[in-house]
Design a protein around this ligand. Structure first.
Ligand code: NAD
Length: 448
C-alpha cells in the first residue's frame, strides 16, 4: 500500500508546501535491515545518581559497541548529534528529583539525530517503597508521552519501568527500543519484571524454538512468520482453507509447516495441539494474529455479525490458549502473544464488536499473565494502530487518510513494525516481560 501523500512530501515541491503551509511531514522511518546495528551513532546517557539500573544500561551500551558519553545536563550544542538519549530515572525518590529530567533533556533534545531514540528508564511505580517515590515515578509517563509529541524527523520516545532487582532483565527491551526494530513504537510504557536470566544470541534469539502463527497467509501474520523465522524460529502457520495457496507460499519460503483450519472450529485447539506435538513435540511461541472486522453501528448490528468477530478475535484465542496450556503443549519459557488493536483501547464508531473483542484480548493478557507465570509462560499483546494492509486498504479514503496522519510520526505503520514488537516479546531473553500491552501506533492520538 503506498502512502501517496508521503511520497509527494519527499519531492522539492512537496517540501516547499509542507514548510510554507505547516502540513504534516511524514519522514520515511529507518527500519532494521540485514546487518543493521542496534544503534548507529552516539548515545548520551544521564541519570539521577548511581543505580543498579544505570550500571546495567551502561553495560549494555558497551556490549552493543555504542559510543556513549555521560552527562547530567545534556551536551553542548556544538557536539555531534546523538542518535539516542537514555536517561536512568530509577533514582528519582521524590518529585524534587524530577528537575533532573529538564536539566538533562532541554539542552540536548534539539540535537537528537533523525530517527533518534529517547528512552527513559524508571522504577515500576506500584512497587515503589514510598508514596513520594511512587508519585515521582508515575510522573515519568506524562514526561515521555509529551516529549514523544515534540520530537521530530522520525524520532521516538519510550518509557521502560523496571521492577526492583530486575535490572539484569533490561537487555532485550533496551535493545528493542534503541534499534530500528521499534521504528513505529512511540510514546509507550513497557514494564520489565524479574525472571530467569537467559543468555542467547541476539542475532538468532529464537533458534531452536517453534512458533505457531494464526492468520499467517498474508498481511501482518505473514510478516510475523517472516520475522520470527528470521530470528531462528520454525514456523507452524495456520489459516483458513480459502487461503491455502498464499499460506503454502509463505511456509515453503520459510521451511515451516502449515495447518489449514478455521480457528473458530470446535476442534481447532485439539488439531493445533496434535500437529504441534507430532511435528515438534510442542510449541514455544503462540501468536494469535488471525482477526476479522465486520463493521456496523450497533443499531444495525446482527447477532451473526457480532458473533463472527468475537468468535475469531477473542473466543478462539481464549479457547486455543486454554487448551494448549492445559495439554502442556506450550513448553516452559514459552511466550503467548495476542494481537489487540487501538480500537480496543480508544473505541471506534461502527466497531463495537471489534473493539469488544480487542479489549477482551487485553483482558486475556491481564488475567492470564500472573497465572501463566507459575508455569514459566509469558503472555503479552501488541495493539496496532493504523497499519498498511489489505484490511486498512478497504477503509474509505478520508478515514484512511486521517488514520494515517493522527499520530506523532504522521504516517501508517507497516506489518513489519507489529512483527518486530512480537519478536521482542517472543525472545526468551525477555523473560521479565509479561502482562504488557504495547501499542504499535506511532503514538496515535486515539485512546492516548
Ligand atoms: P488480514 O485480513 O490482511 O489478514 C488476516 C488473516 O487472518 C488472513 O490471512 C485471514 O485468512 C486469517 N483469518 C481470518 N479469520 C480466520 C479464521 N477464522 N481462522 C484462521 N485464519 C483466519 O488482516 P491484518 O491487517 O493482517 O490483521 C492481522 C491482525 O492484526 C488482526 O487480528 C487484526 O485485527 C489486527 N490489527 C490490524 C490492524 C491494521 O491496521 N491492519 C490494526 C489493528 C489490529
Amino acid at each position: 500500500m503506498t502512502d501517496r501523500y508521503q511520497t509527494f512530501t519527499r519531492t522539492p515541491l512537496g517540501q516547499t508546501l509542507v514548510k510554507n503551509l505547516g502540513l504534516p511531514d511524514p519522514v520515511p522511518l529507518q527500519r532494521w535491515t540485514e546487518g543493521s546495528r542496534v544503534i548507529d551513532g552516539s548515545v548520551v546517557f544521564g541519570a539521577i545518581g548511581e543505580t543498579e539500573a544505570g550500571k546495567a544500561i551502561q553495560a549494555l551500551l558497551r556490549d552493543i559497541g555504542a559510543s556513549f558519553s555521560t552527562a547530567t545536563e545534556g551536551v553542548a550544542s556544538s557536539q555531534i548529534r546523538p542518535k539516542a538519549l537514555v536517561f536512568d530515572a530509577t533514582g528519582a525518590l521524590s518529585t524534587a528529583d524530577l528537575t533532573s529530567l529538564q536539566r538533562f533533556f532541554s539542552p540536548v533534545i534539539r540535537q537528537l539525530a533523525p530517527a533518534g531514540r529517547v528512552i527513559v528508564v524508571g522504577r515500576t511505580p506500584e512497587l515503589a517503597t514510598s508514596t513520594e517515590q511512587h508519585i515521582a515515578q508515575r510522573a515519568l509517563e506524562g514526561f515521555t508521552r509529551s516529549l514523544g509529541k515534540e520530537v521530530k524527523r522520525g524520532a521516538t520516545v519510550n518509557l521502560v519501568y523496571v521492577a526492583p532487582d530486575a535490572h539484569e532483565q533490561l537487555d532485550s527491551t533496551l535493545r528493542f527500543f534503541l534499534s530500528p526494530k521499534s521504528a513505529y513504537v512511540d510514546g509507550q510504557v513497557a514494564r520489565v519484571g524479574t525472571g530467569p536470566l537467559v543468555g542467547n544470541d541476539p542475532e538468532r534469539p529464537l533458534a531452536g524454538k517453534v512458533a505457531l502463527v494464526t492468520g499467517a497467509a498474508r498481511g501482518i501474520g505473514a510478516a510475523i512468520a517472516d520475522t520470527l523465522a528470521r530470528d531462528g524460529a520454525t514456523i507452524l502457520g495456520v489459516d483458513v482453507a480459502q487461503n491455502a495457496d498464499p499460506l503454502r507460499k509463505v511456509m515453503t519460503r520459510l521451511g515451516g509447516s502449515e495447518l489449514l483450519l478455521d480457528v473458530t472450529a470446535v476442534d481447532a485447539a485439539q488439531r493445533i495441539a496434535a500437529h504441534a506435538q507430532e511435528q515438534y513435540a510442542g510449541l514455544d511461541i503462540v501468536v494469535h494474529n488471525a482477526g476479522i472486522t465486520r463493521d456496523k453501528r450497533l443499531a444495525n448490528m446482527r447477532t451473526d455479525t457480532w458473533d463472527a468477530v468475537l468468535d475469531v478475535n477473542l473466543r478462539a484465542p481464549e479457547r486455543i490458549t486454554s487448551h494448549l496450556v492445559e495439554a502442556g503443549t506450550i513448553r516452559a519459557g514459552g511466550s503467548i502473544i495476542g494481537v489487540a488493536s487501538i480500537a480496543g483501547i480508544a473505541g471506534n464508531n461502527g466497531q463495537t464488536n471489534y473493539a469488544t473483542s480487542k479489549a477482551g484480548v487485553i483482558g486475556l493478557v491481564q488475567a492470564l499473565a500472573p497465572k501463566l507465570a507459575e508455569k514459566q509462560i509469558r503472555i503479552n499483546a501488541v495493539a496496532p494502530g493504523f497499519i498498511e494492509t489489505e484490511m486498512t486498504a478497504k477503509v474509505p479514503f478520508t478515514i484512511r487518510e486521517v488514520g494515517r496522519r493522527i499520530n506523532s510520526l504522521q504516517q501508517g505503520g507497516l506489518p513489519i513494525d507489529v512483527a518486530e514488537t512480537i519478536a521482542w516479546f517472543a525472545d526468551p531473553a525477555s523473560a521479565g516481560v509479561t502482562g504488557n500491552v504495547i501499542r504499535v501506533c506511532g503514538q496515535s492520538m486515539l485512546g492516548a
